[in-house]
Design a protein around this ligand. Structure first.
Ligand SMILES: CC(=O)N[C@H]1[C@@H](OP(=O)(O)OP(=O)(O)OC[C@H]2O[C@@H](n3ccc(=O)[nH]c3=O)[C@H](O)[C@@H]2O)O[C@H](CO)[C@@H](O)[C@@H]1O
Ligand SMILES: C=C(OP(=O)(O)O)C(=O)O
Length: 436
């Protein structure tokens, strides 16, 4: 696969686009197939690098994988090769994605043992696993951590026992991991300060359909009554809300009229409102989102007239994964906004590329950037740049599509990790983009 996008900016795009199945839901759901020896059928799976890698990893461990169609897979985890989990190959492959960390919870539930090599994912700041490990410990797991290769060996010698726990922070993958570990623990597990975003809700819904007994779904207090075994099920992934937010931003930035079909609007929480705060018009039409072509958009101020701040917060707050998109869209707005990325400390450095393109941004510190919108007084100019992480990569792509002239975006594996056939789908909307 080639590794750069060549983009000629300035085209107004037009048409319909259907979001892919959600990447971050898929990573949880596909890990959960390890909880049963029975067949689990999963549909609306996005065809993206991270998800394909996780599927490959499961196949390596011994899960029978039958790809029924491009977006549907049957998984049967009847025989698991626990020895493989200590191999150099497993460590290497796991290190290529974040989601690999979530195979630990199900393995602990089923076999009382698991191994976590240093996970991959975006290099966007420290990404500690304390919430996962401390949660497992509370369930009766002992661990040994090898600092040389960042390898956790986990074992519940006396089995897992339900308990009350108050999480240090509402970690998304941490909550998923602990829930999966607890579904077959003895007795009742109560998790307070749990993450409660739609993907966690989807995971709990799936586990309940497999025979688990989870209540409090959608809240930050999850109660799990342990059961002895789980059975197979079918599950369909929600549309990817981060992709949906990216398309809203793309439409506004390129002055395009785009309809995002089957957007799962009831699961989007505060996302549409955040784009409206940037002055972007969008209409929810049934399950679709219609974004009209807009010559300009004006960032709102707070009620007292002071400059708007947009910051990330655990669900139902605004996801950190859309702050890079909001930031790039603000560069062509009228008005100013402070972007405050509270969760990750290295996610805003990509603004230097936007500044090179002509955007007016002050990076105050690693967490905060002030964007002074150009109000379309002049266009950004195309440059050659490299994509540092998945969302910054797409933010740069959006900038390039709106810019004057040619841009080259290198390191697009970062974008391919999370956006399915993105060049092909954007071309269908009229974008001038090719892989080189
Ligand atoms: C595979 C997957 O699903 N990845 C997502 C998941 O990562 P992941 O589950 O790894 O992220 P966590 O929820 O654990 O936390 C993300 C970061 O935010 C910090 N933190 C978290 C909660 C909090 O209240 N305060 C705080 O500072 C954590 O210390 C950590 O550095 O959730 C993140 C937060 O939505 C998203 O960016 C990732 O795309
Ligand atoms: C940070 C992200 O992904 P990961 O957790 O897989 O690195 C993301 O999806 O924006």
């Amino acid at each position: 696969m080639s590794s750069a996008f060549e983009v000629r900016g300035g085209n107004r795009l037009k048409g319909d686009i259907v979001p892919q199945g959600a990447k971050n839901e898929a990573l949880q759901i596909i890990s959960a197939v390890l909880l049963t020896p029975e067949k689990v059928t999963i549909s609306n799976i996005p065809d993206i690098l991270d998800v394909n890698l996780l599927i490959e990893l499961l196949a390596d461990i011994g899960v029978a994988v039958n790809r029924v169609s491009r977006d549907t897979c049957e998984f049967t985890a009847a025989n698991i090769d626990m020895a493989y989990l200590q191999s150099a190959e497993f460590k290497k492959k796991s290190g290529r994605l974040r989601g690999s960390v979530m195979i630990a919870g199900p393995l602990l539930a089923r076999y009382g043992k698991a191994y976590i090599p240093k996970p991959g994912g975006d290099k966007i700041g420290r990404r500690r696993l304390d919430t996962h490990i401390i949660g497992f410990e509370k369930l009766g797991v002992q661990f040994v951590y090898d600092t040389d290769d960042n390898f956790f060996r986990l074992e519940a010698a006396d089995g897992l026992k339900g308990t009350y726990m108050l999480l240090d922070e509402p970690s998304v993958t941490g909550t998923a991991n602990i829930v999966m570990a607890a579904v077959m623990a003895k007795g009742t597990t109560t998790i307070y300060n749990a993450a409660c975003e739609p993907y966690i809700q989807q995971l709990c819904k799936m586990l309940n359909s497999m025979g688990a007994n989870i209540s409090g779904v959608g809240s930050n207090l999850i109660t799990i009554e342990g059961v002895t075994s789980l059975k197979g099920c079918s599950h369909a992934m929600l549309p990817d809300m981060i992709e949906i937010g990216s398309f809203i931003g793309l439409a506004a930035m390129t002055q395009s009229e785009i309809t995002i079909r089957n957007a799962g609007v009831e699961h989007l929480g505060i996302i549409p409102e955040k784009f409206r705060q940037l002055g972007i018009h969008l209409e929810l039409r049934g399950n679709d989102i219609y974004v009209p072509a807009q010559d300009s958009y004006e960032i709102q101020t707070f009620l007292d007239g002071s400059i708007l701040t947009m910051y990330d917060h655990p669900w139902p707050g605004f996801t950190p994964d859309l702050l890079s998109i909001v930031l790039v869209v603000a560069t062509q707005a009228k008005g100013s906004v402070m972007i405050h990325q509270k969760m990750f400390e290295s996610r805003l450095f990509f603004v230097d590329k936007l500044i090179d393109m002509g955007a007016q941004i002050v990076l105050c510190d690693p967490h905060r950037a002030v964007v002074i919108g150009l109000g379309r007084e002049h266009a950004l100019r195309g440059i050659t740049m490299s994509s540092p992480d998945i969302r910054a990569g797409v933010a740069l792509l959006i900038a390039a599509l709106s810019a004057e002239g040619k841009s080259t975006i290198q390191n697009i594996e970062q974008i391919d990790r999370g956006y399915q056939y993105i060049d092909e789908r954007l071309r269908r909307l009229g974008a001038d983009i090719k892989r080189v």
